[in-house]
Design a protein around this ligand. Structure first.
Ligand SMILES: O=C(O)CCC(=O)C(=O)O
Length: 252
């Protein structure tokens, strides 16, 4: 199995990403793809996350990280077949491949900012030196379960910042402050926000009084370590359920 075969098996054909999507991903660093999940899928995902949060309580999110003021659940690969679409959707894989070349899943988690919480500094998802354009190491994506609106903690992004070879902390006095070029990513429920992991972005405050539930499918170049060691966490029932191609994406 190699990347080409795995992607082919999972339905990625040569021309899946249209020209405009590719252009936006290259130049602006992010794109909102609408209607990737059905209403039924969104409901199933939401319900499973509610159950997991109740089951796991204080330990929810600990496999990767807990973030004050948010509810997170991690290691979702092993917590239900319902999450499989989040790391096998052909459009997502085509976009990841365009940016990273050879890749694997790094982690799959959920994030919901609580009421009046959720502000994050602008950041890129790569801890090391910001790479030159084209030498990208990480890719991120957000499955929007509750529509992202102006007041519910939608993600902010600085379009084109993945091309600057700089991190916000290198050049901004205060990365928690608004950036003059930032945009709020507004997206209906069922959308997927795909973005270059070097794009400057961050969560914003949820002022809506309602949940803002979303899932993060985070990918890394195949030669990098994963945020969550998928092989170490893989459960027997997960391995039994997944196709060889899906296992290749996880590197298990
Ligand atoms: O959920 C969001 O709006 C963005 C979260 C994010 O960028 C992060 O947790 O690193």
């Amino acid at each position: 199995m190699d990347t080409t075969q795995a992607m082919g098996d999972l339905g990625v054909t040569g021309d899946l990403l249209d020209k405009e999507t590719s252009r936006q991903l290259d130049e602006r660093g992010f794109v909102v793809l609408r209607d990737l999940l059905s209403v039924h899928q969104v409901e199933e995902l939401r319900r499973r996350l509610v159950d997991l949060l109740a089951e796991e309580g204080e330990s929810a999110g600990t496999e990767v990280n807990k973030e004050p003021g948010t509810e997170r659940v991690s290691d979702l690969v092993n917590k239900g077949g319902v999450f499989e679409v989040c790391f096998t959707h052909p459009l997502l894989l085509a976009a990841v491949h365009r940016v990273l070349g050879e890749f694997k899943l790094s982690s799959l988690s959920s994030r919901s900012p609580s009421t009046s919480q959720g502000d994050q500094p602008l950041h890129a998802d790569w801890g090391g030196t910001a790479p030159e354009p084209g030498d990208y190491q990480v890719f991120n994506s957000i499955w929007v379960l509750d529509a992202f609106t102006v007041d519910n903690g939608a993600t902010r992004v600085v379009p084109g910042s993945h091309l600057w070879a700089q991190s916000p902390a290198d050049v901004m006095m205060d990365p928690t402050a608004p950036h003059p070029a930032e945009e709020l990513v507004l997206a209906p429920s069922g959308s997927l926000v795909i973005f270059n992991g070097h794009l400057w972005h961050g969560g914003t405050r949820n002022r809506s009084g309602r949940p803002r539930q979303a899932l993060h499918s985070y990918f890394t170049r195949r030669s990098n370590a994963q945020q969550l060691d998928q092989a170490a966490f893989a459960r027997a029932e997960t391995l039994a359920r997944l196709s060889l191609a899906a296992r290749f994406i996880l590197d298990v």
